[in-house]
Design a protein around this ligand. Structure first.
Ligand code: TYM
Length: 325
């Protein structure tokens, strides 16, 4: 199966990104033809600092390699190194009604949040994302729940294009993890964990042990004492149980059983210990990679080369179908 997924190089990676998306990428790379992309052209649709951009991309590349992406098993690259993404996005834009773009949840949320920077790129964001996916004749797109609407949009674009110009694109399927689809903020379990959060609610992947402990111990829970999964009435503790389950590999039921007799404080302490144990090797590996810039750059260069070969093939077909050169 061909697998494609992307992540915006903005802010820092948090455990929501890891459990919702990256962990699946790492599992998929063993038995599939995987392309994973740092989508810098998506990141510039909201305010960003152009002076830091290349450092941020390098840092993200180190992050992914540190948590287990293996360049021998997948193509890992930067979106702007493969210009065909922009070309295909332009072409697909000509078959998408503007009204459909204006109704997208992310466009509405982000234009409210950055009300002085509502640019055409933000509106066209889903088209570029559709281009990312369709360019590689992708079968499967591993994503968190918040990206499902964009994936539906990409599927519609593929179907519409195929109907108008003849079968050209594969219609991709999303792959959303059942439990980790949305990791919630540690401070406000009604909201998803987000890298643009206030910091306290967001647990970053490369956080120092003391910080991990502080944030987990301060995580919001209810006033009861029973450690039980109930994502309607006990959202805070349920979120922590999901995190424990996904990092330990134990089923939710078994985590509940393990902590039946425990108080919230005891459970939180065990969760902090588990996270420190699992995240410390990531942090150490990242430090090594940061010292090995040549390896990281070469990985991205090779990844882009592989990606370009597939992208060029698709674009030749697309241009021909659309009567272009
Ligand atoms: P981005 O950069 O916001 O997030 C990257 C991935 O992390 C997932 N995610 C979460 N999963 C669980 N819980 C959370 N709290 C959480 N926060 C984020 C996201 O669902 C996503 O899978 N538009 C995309 C990037 C993109 C893309 C693509 C993805 C561009 N082109 C093509 C797939 C295919 C985005 O902004 O993701």
């Amino acid at each position: 199966m061909r697998v494609f997924s992307g992540i915006r190089p903005s802010g820092e990676l948090h455990i929501g990104n890891y459990l919702g998306a990256i962990k699946q990428w790492i599992d998929l790379q063993d038995n599939n033809d995987c392309l994973f992309c740092i989508v810098d052209w998506h990141a510039i649709t909201t305010p960003y600092n152009e002076k830091n951009m290349q450092d941020t991309i390098f840092d993200f590349a180190c992050d992914y390699l540190a948590v287990g992406l293996d360049p021998k098993k997948c193509s890992f690259f930067v979106q702007s190194d493969v210009k065909e993404h922009a070309e295909l996005a332009w072409l697909l834009g000509t078959i998408v009604p503007v009204g459909e773009l204006q109704r997208m949840t992310q466009f509405k949320d982000k234009s409210k949040k950055h009300s002085t920077y509502v640019n055409a790129g933000l509106l066209n964001y889903p088209i570029l994302m559709a281009a990312d996916i369709l360019l590689y004749q992708t079968d499967i797109v591993p994503i968190g729940k918040d990206q499902v609407q964009h994936l539906e949009f990409a599927r519609n674009v593929a179907e519409k294009f195929n109907k108008k110009f003849g079968k050209t694109f594969k219609v991709p399927e999303s792959l959303v993890p059942k439990d980790g689809a949305t990791i919630k903020s540690l401070q406000n379990p009604d909201k998803k964990m987000s890298k643009t959060d206030d910091g306290k609610g967001c647990l970053f992947l490369f956080e120092e042990p003391e910080q991990i402990r502080k944030k987990i111990m301060a995580a919001e829970t209810d006033s009861e004492t029973k450690i039980k999964y109930d994502d309607k009435n006990k959202k805070g503790i349920s979120n922590l149980l999901v995190i424990y389950s996904l990092f330990s590999g134990l089923a939710l039921k078994d985590v509940e059983k393990k902590f039946t007799a425990a108080q919230y404080g005891e459970f939180k302490k065990a969760l902090a210990d588990l996270l420190i144990e699992k995240l410390t090797p990531f942090r150490e590996r990242k430090e090594e990679l940061k010292e090995n810039r040549a390896f990281v750059e070469e990985t991205l260069r090779c990844g882009a080369q592989n990606a370009r070969t597939i992208a060029k093939e698709t674009m030749e077909i697309v241009r021909q179908k659309m009567g272009l050169r």
